[in-house]
Structures are given as structure tokens and as C-alpha cells.
Design a protein around this ligand. Structure first.
Ligand code: GAL
Ligand code: MG
Length: 991
């Protein structure tokens, strides 16, 4: 039997799993905890010899022959598919081979790795070779001798290599096989990648003992004092235990009796994600002839369900979480320490307090960071067999006793390695693998090792064994219902929601509102943290590839590009939205009589607000500060709402809108926790002043030209479109406005598309000119254009009337009225947009607006957008989604300016009422056509779209559609736009 198809063998000669810790020779080293100072530490990362084979059997059996044949080189850690071997392939659910467990394809890519090293061990010492992650099955050979094998890609494997070690010139061979019986358990939605993808190292057990340490903390009544329990297993040595805080010894811990020590610690600082206080236990191990130190960082915290709620140290918590895969756009599964640190720091910056390690254990270092920075973790076993779902026998192996050992192994190894991390509050049995006896067995095995944490498994729909109910992408109605169920129910979380694919998700605020409303709903985890797209250089440009781009079939296209951060690590709009929705400080403005009151609610679970500074500022619409004040907040307690009277402010002249802006910052660092804005005073409405002017009107064939000494408008009398509008010889409008009901589809439109495109042809509008007249008025000229606009084969459409009033100094007032005309039964339930497109002069590359910003915003995704005057360039208003799609809109724009780079000429537009505006240097057709960011064909003009409205974003790529209020219906509209040339600024005399 091939060992990689033998379900009864999860490993051969692999050492027992133990907690992640290092041994040090001196106390100081132990306190510093530098990995490099570990006794006998030697990193085996770097360049290895390599050779790629098409089947494991093809690998020469003779060690020397094999060693000599390894004539290529590869970096370790890496994924060989990203180093030019084998084939990149992305599938969400499908196994890329027949389902015939435990058998896998005979043609089975195999990478043989060779590494030569020197390593000395003394008598009594053991040398441990440790792999943090190898995908998937691998065998280890040293100096021609077989050492052992292991399975379980995202789990640690250790081998004792002492027996065959020589001081110099050791030849290590690792044979890595892509498909194994274990692959049936590794069907996560991600790229199929192989190789030694996590670090490899050597270290020593100087007394030969492979001991293990388990720390537990149990609160005593009142949660003041804790009992610290330390267990040291698999040892005959003596140990003295000391408790350290910030590098200082604070006390000795009671001695071990039968391997266990129990000590009451009075009033320790407790660990929570908001107060990540860590202590270090230093174990001084006294072996036969040796003495060494093991440091273990831990925290005092308890996880428990109290009255249907997940509580940390007796207090119910709320999870503002994300799902995180190990991913790097250049290196696939290989994630550096720097990147992990940056992930954790970004999460903290964006008000995220929890992370689910979807869908497998991460490197140990990641949990160290979560302990230190404060993130609650759901640590998930490396287990998913999603592809079975399509066979109709989803529980094929999950409910088959023959596989029990494999399931249990994956749970146990995770728990043994990670058991001392205070950040981990739940173990997850895996993802999308149906349910069955192997999960109950795994549950039991985990609880035996560690009963101090909760167990999570979404596939256990009835929460028969899972300690919490958990669902994914639950729609709002269902979630409300779940919130209302309370009697005897376990807590409920959303292990995945808010699918961040492309532009979106919309509707996060509604999720938060519902989850905050019901006590048994305790938050959830956004899907997902990082776009899983592969970075490619072509024609000197960087772009990103997804499923299918490597000629991989079948594939799930860009379904892996659904993160809150773009591949270049810049935060997406959605991440800013998440930050605001997850804000820990909620504010409301209350007006009582003449007094303004600010209500501040502390949504942290543990800390008060005394470390927060409030920067309160009255601003005009241009961002000018009229009054500001800093104030350190008092100790508003968790959950508490307090009201404060604040100074009112008003201005007499009323020429601008006045806002109150509140910014809550960390006093010490200035870090912005959250902000809010309230409109305080609306400006007085003013009628625009139009100067009268005389125009010359010429009709020539199809054209109607209206001009005087400063401005010129040319209409096509057949189409009714404006073909030129210019002032002082500078063209502004080159064509337009054309009505549109279409947007370049966003990923969240994917399930609407068929109907939109093939039933209602919303992307195939045509116009029928019904009337074109002009008339001289006392002040200028009025052109009125009447049209019928409809889509291919549709019995419904719009009667649109555009009235152009031309005045002096280049001013144009455009009034548009649209009336739906429905002469049929079948009409669309939702429209992507109702808008008007103008082609405008591309020289006007600077864009400013008074509206919502600074980032793009849509009706169900604008919590993080505030009213203000913003400046950008047309180019920068493009949001570079990996899969190009509608982007960059700004709502509530009252006025905007388009100017040239030198700001010498330009146009001002005022919208009445305020509208949604988008401007790009490409057409929406070009955007729709492009499959990758570098393929968007630029247009020779800019496209300005003024929307009556757009539908919201929703979350329908995976989740609920737009809520009713964010679904745009066929509706009548009127809108008015004023165009006005901007004065050239007088050149300042520089001398
Ligand atoms: C979930 C699954 C994730 C991912 C997501 C869609 O069902 O657990 O792994 O596939 O859907 O992006
Ligand atoms: Mg899946």
C-alpha cells in the first residue's frame, strides 16, 4: 500500500505534538525569547537542491543516485507552483481528481528537496528536525536512512534525527508528494499549492527529554484571583517555576507534585483582547546533568458560556472579526513574520478584535502576535472536505470510522501545539465537511486535552456537539429570528459574513445593528482579510491573476479575490467601512431645547474611555475650522452611555453648511479610533444668478450651433445630443448626456446579471428623439430635447425631457425630467443605476467635490464617508479592484469642480438636488470588458456620470442581496445641473 494512500497511518516516526516553546541556556536568553538563541537552533531555510517528478515512484530509490540528481535549486520555504513547477490551479469546492477515497491520482507531482548541513550533538542530546508546514505528504531521509513521514499540511511535524546524524556534511532529503489521502481533508477554497512552505529548523533536547508544558488559569469567585495550573508532561527532571512580569521575577510558583503545580495568584492583570497583559512562566528544568530554561508566555483569562453568552473573565464579549488565510501574492502560502505582524497591526488599527484562522492552524508566531496585540482567535483545524457535497454523500468520510484517526490527529496536533495561547478562545473542528462521528471523536479528544476553551464547528448545524451555534452569510431576517431565540440556546456567531469580494460588501451596518441588538448574537467574522490574487508583471506593469489565468480548469475565477485588503496591501474601501461599523465608541447628537448634548456610548467590553481624547470641531463645508476643542474623556465604563452638554455654534451669514466633527483618538499615540459627523446648520438656499446674454443661432444640416463671443454649444439635431460645449475656446462637454441604466457589473451583481442582461437588456439602451426645439428667451436661449429611452425588446422605458438654458458667461442650466412609461407586464425589480453620462475634456484632470468622501461610497456602504470638500485627480478616483468593476462613486455631491492640472481653467457643476457623481478616464464598457486591472482601455475623454441613483452593493456574491431600501426601482425623477466656467485665477506676482 502506498503510504500516502493509507488512511490508517497519519505519520511514521513523527514525534508527539507538544506546545510551541523554546529551550534556552541562560535566564536572560529565556526572557528575551529570541528564536535564534534556542539551544541547538539552526535554521534550514534557504536554498535547497531540488528536482521535480511526475510521480513519487519515479524518484530514484538509491539515495546517492537521488542526491546527485537533485540538480536544480529552490528556496525553502516556498510553493513549487510559484517557482515554475507543476501547475497553478484554483478551485473553491472541487477536488481536481476523481473522488475515490483514500486513493489519489497516480500521476502525482512530487518534489524532492536536498539540503546539506553540519550539526553537532553531544552524548545524551537529541536533535529535533522541525517542519512548520509541508504540503502535503512528505518523507524524510538523512544520510541514506529513512527517518519517517507525515501528513497534515498546515500542522507541525517533528522528527528525532539524532541516530543518523554526523557532525559534518549531513545529507537531508525530503520527498514531498502533492496528493495523498490527507488531501481529501484539505479541500479549502484556495489555490492548490505544494512544497515546504513554512520554516524548517533544528534544535536540541539537551537532556533528551521531549517534555511538554500546559498552562491553565482558573478564576476564583469574583474574578479577582486566579489559580495558575502548570503541568509538565513527559519528564523525569525537576523543575522550578517562576512567574515573571515585564522581565521581572514576581514570584515563585508552587512546586510540581506529580507533574502538576497549582498556585493561587492574587489579583493578576487579566488578559483580554482589549487588555493583552501577558505574564511569562519561566521553567527552570534540572535534568540529569543539565540545567536549562523554558519560557512560556500566557495570560490570565477564562472562557466560559454564562447565560447563553460567550464570556471572557465573566464578561460577555462581542466579536468584530475577520477570516484570515495565509497568503502572499508573490509567494502563495508563504507568509513572512513581517507580513503577519503587519496583518495583526492593521487589524488592530481597523477596530478588528478577532480572527478566525480560516481554515487551518497558522504558524506559531501568528498566535504570539495575537496574544501580544490582543485579538481573540478561533483556531481552526486543517480540515475541509467540501468537494464531497457535490457527490450527494457529504459525510462520506466525516461519518466513516475508518477516517477517525485522521480527523482526531488534525484536532489534537493543533491543540497540543497551541494550547498555551491566551488569544485562542475557541477551537474549530474544521470547515465545510458535513458532520458525523469523526467530529464527535475529535471533539472528545480535544476536550480531553483542553476543556478550558469552547469548540466551534459550523457543520454541526444543530450544535449537537459544537459549544456555539455558528452560521455563514445568514440573511438579515434569519439573523433577527436567531437573535430572538433565547431559551436554553447556545450563543450564536457568524463564522463568515460580509463577503468582501470586489466592490463591497454593502449592508454591514445592518448586520451590526442586528447583532448588537440581541444578546445571544455575539458578532462574527468578515470573509475575508486578504485578496488571494497572484502578482504578475507584464509589459512593465503589475497586475494580478486569479483562477483560470493559468489555463487552470475548472476554476472558480476570481472568487478567491474577496479580501478587505488589496494584493498590494492597501486597505480597500470596505476595510474603512469595517473600521467604522466596528467602532467601539458610538455617538449621537441630542438637541434639547436650545442645548446640544452629545451622547457617547462605550462599546468596548472591558476598558473605559479614559485613554481617549475627543477632538470636537465645528467645520464649514470647505473644511475650515470655526471652533475646536480637545477633551480627554472621563472613565465611561464598558457599555455605559453618557451625555455631555456641548457648546452650540451657529453662524449668521449662512453661506455654508456647518458640521460638527468628532474624532476619538488614543491620547498616547494619536491613533484615530473612530469619527463621526453631524450636520449642525444648513446654509440658506440661494437661487443661482444667471446673466442674460445674446446668442447667435445657426442651423446647418444636422447641427444646431448656439454661440456668442465667449461660449459655444453644438447640438446634433437628429440625436438630440450635445456635441460640444465650450467656453473661451476651451471645450468642456464633448458629448452627452446620454441616459444609462448600466454599471460595469460588480461581483455582487453576479446573480442579477443574467436577468439584467438577457431578460431586460439593461445594457442595451437606445434613444428615440421625439422632439427638438429651441427658443430665444429674455435671458438667453432654451433648447428642449424630448426622447424616449428604452432597452432592447422592452415594453417599458423612459420619457425624458432635457431642457438646456444657455445664459451669459458660459453658464448653462440643464433640467432633466424622466417619466417611466410602462406598457407591459415584465419589468425589472431592480436597476443597477439611473444616470446620465457626459464625455468631458480629459485635460480637466483635477476633480474636487463637496459631497460624501473621501473614499468611494454607495447607498449601503457609506458609514465611513463624511460630507466635506475633497480633492483628487480623475486617475486617483479609480479604485483598482483586481477584477475591474464599477467603482469610485461619490454620493450627495452638491457641487463639483473639474480643473486642469494648473488650475487655470475649469468648470463648476452644481447639482440640485445633490447627486451621485463618478468620473473616470475610461468608459464603463471598457471597464466591463477588462478582466484584469492592466487591461482597462483608457478613453480620449473623461466620462462623468451623474446618477439619479444606483442600487447599493449588497453582498450577493455570497450572502444577502441589497436590502429593500437599497434596491433602485423604476421611478420618475427630476434633476437640475448648473454648469459654470471657473474664472482663471489671477496669476500671483512672485517677485
Ligand atoms: C465559505 C467558505 C470559505 C469561502 C467562502 C466564499 O462557504 O467557508 O472558505 O469559500 O465561502 O468565498
Ligand atoms: Mg469550502
Amino acid at each position: 500500500m502506498k503510504p500516502w494512500e493509507n488512511i490508517h497511518a497519519v505519520a511514521d516516526n513523527r514525534l508527539q505534538p507538544v506546545a510551541a516553546f523554546n529551550r534556552y541556556q541562560t535566564l536572560q536568553d529565556a526572557l528575551d525569547m529570541e528564536e535564534e538563541a534556542t539551544i541547538g537552533f539552526q535554521s534550514l531555510n534557504g536554498l535547497w537542491q531540488f528536482r521535480y517528478f511526475h510521480t513519487p515512484e519515479e524518484v530514484p530509490q538509491n539515495f546517492i543516485e537521488l542526491w546527485k540528481s537533485l540538480n536544480e535549486q529552490i528556496e525553502v520555504p516556498s510553493c513549487w507552483q510559484l517557482k515554475g513547477y507543476d501547475q497553478m490551479h484554483y478551485t473553491d469546492v472541487l477536488y481536481p481528481f476523481p473522488i475515490n477515497p483514500p486513493f489519489v491520482p497516480t500521476e502525482n507531482p512530487t518534489g524532492v528537496y536536498g539540503y546539506e548541513f553540519d550539526y553537532e550533538v553531544n552524548k545524551g542530546e537529541r536533535a529535533i528536525l522541525q517542519f512548520e508546514g509541508v504540503s502535503a505528504y512528505f518523507e524524510v531521509y538523512l544520510n541514506g536512512e529513512y527517518i519517517g513521514f507525515s501528513k497534515g499540511s498546515r500542522l507541525e511535524s517533528r522528527f528525532d534525527i539524532s541516530e543518523y546524524l554526523k557532525p559534518n556534511g549531513n545529507q537531508l532529503i525530503v520527498k514531498v508528494v502533492k496528493w495523498s489521502d490527507g488531501t481529501y481533508l484539505e479541500d479549502q477554497d484556495m489555490w492548490w499549492l505544494s512544497g515546504i512552505f513554512r520554516p524548517v529548523r533544528l534544535y536540541k533536547l539537551i537532556d533528551g527529554e521531549d517534555l511538554d508544558i500546559q498552562i491553565d488559569t482558573q478564576p476564583q469567585e469574583g474574578y479577582e484571583d486566579f489559580q495558575l495550573s502548570v503541568q509538565i508532561k513527559h519528564t523525569k527532571s525537576n523543575a522550578r517555576l517562576y512567574l515573571y512580569e515585564n522581565g521581572k521575577r514576581i514570584r515563585e510558583v508552587n512546586p510540581l507534585i506529580d507533574g502538576k503545580s497549582l498556585t493561587t495568584i492574587l489579583a493578576p492583570k487579566r488578559w483580554t483582547a482589549e487588555t493583552p497583559h501577558l505574564y511569562t512562566l519561566i521553567c527552570e528544568i534540572e535534568g540529569k546533568d543539565d540545567f536549562y530554561f523554558i519560557p512560556v508566555k500566557f495570560g490570565f483569562r477564562e472562557v466560559r458560556i454564562i447565560q447563553n453568552q460567550i464570556c471572557i473573565n465573566g464578561v460577555p464579549i462581542f466579536l468584530n472579526g475577520v477570516n484570515r488565510h495565509d497568503f502572499n501574492p508573490k509567494n502563495g502560502l508563504v507568509v513572512s513574520r513581517e507580513q503577519m505582524k503587519s496583518d495583526v497591526e492593521m487589524m488592530k488599527t481597523f477596530n478588528i478584535n478577532a480572527v478566525r484562522t480560516a481554515h487551518y492552524p497558522n504558524q506559531s508566531y501568528f498566535y504570539e502576535l495575537c496574544d501580544e496585540y490582543g485579538l481573540y482567535v478561533i483556531d481552526e483545524a486543517d480540515l475541509e472536505c467540501h468537494g464531497f457535497e457535490n457527490t450527494g454523500v457529504y459525510d462520506w468520510i466525516s461519518d466513516n470510522q475508518l477516517w477517525e484517526k485522521q480527523y482526531v490527529d488534525r484536532g489534537v496536533r493543533m491543540v497540543e501545539r497551541d494550547k498555551n495561547h491566551p488569544s485562542i478562545i475557541m477551537w474549530s473542528l474544521g470547515n465545510e465537511s458535513s458532520s458525523g462521528q469523526n467530529f464527535t471523536a475529535m471533539y472528545g479528544a480535544i476536550k480531553q486535552i483542553d476543556s478550558s476553551r469552547l469548540i466551534h464547528y459550523e457543520g454541526d448545524k444543530q450544535a449537537a456537539y459544537s459549544d456555539v451555534y455558528t452560521t455563514m452569510y445568514t440573511n438579515y431576517e434569519k439573523l433577527e429570528q436567531l437573535g430572538k431565540l433565547s431559551e436554553g440556546r447556545k450563543p450564536h456567531i457568524l463564522c463568515e459574513y460580509g463577503h468582501a469580494m470586489g466592490n463591497g460588501p454593502g449592508g454591514l451596518e445592518e448586520y451590526q445593528r442586528i447583532m448588537r441588538k440581541y444578546s445571544r448574537l455575539q458578532g462574527g467574522f468578515i470573509w475575508e482579510w486578504y485578496d488571494q490574487a497572484i502578482e504578475i508583471e507584464r509589459d512593465g506593469e503589475t497586475t494580478y491573476f486569479y483562477g483560470g489565468d493559468f489555463k487552470d480548469t475548472p476554476n472558480n475565477s476570481n472568487f478567491c479575490v474577496d479580501g478587505l485588503i488589496h494584493p498590494d496591501r492597501s486597505p480597500s474601501t470596505a476595510l474603512y467601512e469595517v473600521k467604522k461599523v466596528f467602532e467601539p465608541i458610538k455617538t449621537e447628537l441630542i438637541q434639547e431645547n436650545k442645548q446640544l448634548k452629545l451622547s457617547i456610548q462605550n462599546l468596548y467590553d472591558f476598558i473605559d474611555l479614559s485613554t481617549i481624547q475627543l477632538e470636537l470641531c465645528y467645520l464649514n463645508e470647505e473644511g475650515g475650522c470655526l471652533f475646536s476643542k480637545m477633551k480627554n474623556l472621563p472613565a465611561i465604563l464598558p457599555g455605559e452611555i453618557r451625555q455631555f452638554p456641548i457648546e452650540t455654534f451657529s453662524v449668521q451669514d449662512g453661506t455654508q453648511d456647518i458640521y460638527l466633527r468628532l474624532r476619538f483618538k488614543q491620547q498616547e499615540t494619536g491613533h484615530l479610533v473612530t469619527e463621526n459627523q453631524f450636520l449642525i446648520q444648513k446654509k440658506k438656499s440661494t437661487e443661482p444668478h444667471f446673466e442674460s446674454a445674446k446668442f447667435k443661432v445657426e442651423q446647418e444640416h444636422m447641427k444646431l450651433t448656439i454661440q456668442n463671443e465667449s461660449s459655444k454649444a453644438v447640438f446634433n439635431q437628429v440625436t438630440g445630443l450635445l456635441e460640444t460645449y465650450a467656453y473661451q475656446g476651451e471645450v468642456f462637454i464633448q458629448q452627452g448626456p446620454r441616459m444609462t441604466l448600466w454599471r460595469a457589473p460588480i461581483d455582487n451583481d453576479m446573480y442579477q446579471l443574467k436577468e439584467w442582461q438577457e431578460t431586460f437588456f439593461l445594457n442595451k439602451l437606445s434613444e428615440q428623439l421625439r422632439g427638438f426645439d429651441y427658443q430665444e428667451t429674455a435671458d438667453g436661449i432654451t433648447v428642449s430635447v424630448r426622447k424616449y429611452v428604452g432597452a432592447l425588446n422592452q415594453g417599458w422605458g423612459y420619457e425624458v425631457e432635457l431642457t438646456y438654458n444657455f445664459f451669459g458667461k458660459g453658464m448653462l442650466n440643464l433640467f432633466i425630467e424622466g417619466k417611466p412609461k410602462i406598457n407591459c407586464v415584465e419589468i425589472p425589480k431592480m436597476l443597477p443605476r439611473i444616470g446620465f453620462e457626459f464625455q468631458v475634456n480629459q485635460q480637466l484632470s483635477e476633480f474636487s467635490w463637496y459631497g460624501l468622501g473621501p473614499r468611494e461610497n454607495y447607498s449601503d456602504s457609506k458609514a465611513s464617508a463624511f460630507m466635506g470638500t475633497y480633492h483628487s485627480t480623475v486617475e486617483n478616483l479609480h479604485v483598482p479592484y483586481v477584477f475591474p468593476q464599477e467603482n469610485g462613486a461619490h454620493m450627495n455631491v452638491e457641487y463639483a469642480a473639474l480643473q486642469d492640472g494648473k488650475k487655470e481653467s475649469g468648470w463648476k457643476l452644481s447639482m440640485n438636488p445633490p447627486r451621485m457623481l463618478t468620473i473616470h478616464d475610461y468608459t464603463k464598457e471598457a471597464l466591463e470588458k477588462a478582466m484584469h486591472s492592466d487591461e482597462i482601455e483608457k478613453s480620449p475623454f473623461n466620462v462623468l456620470t451623474i446618477d439619479i441613483a444606483q442600487s447599493g452593493l449588497g453582498s450577493n456574491s455570497c450572502g444577502p442581496e441589497q436590502q429593500e431600501a437599497h434596491r433602485l426601482k423604476i421611478q420618475p425623477f427630476v434633476t437640475e445641473i448648473n454648469f459654470e466656467p471657473m474664472k482663471r485665477e489671477e496669476k500671483q506676482d512672485e517677485h
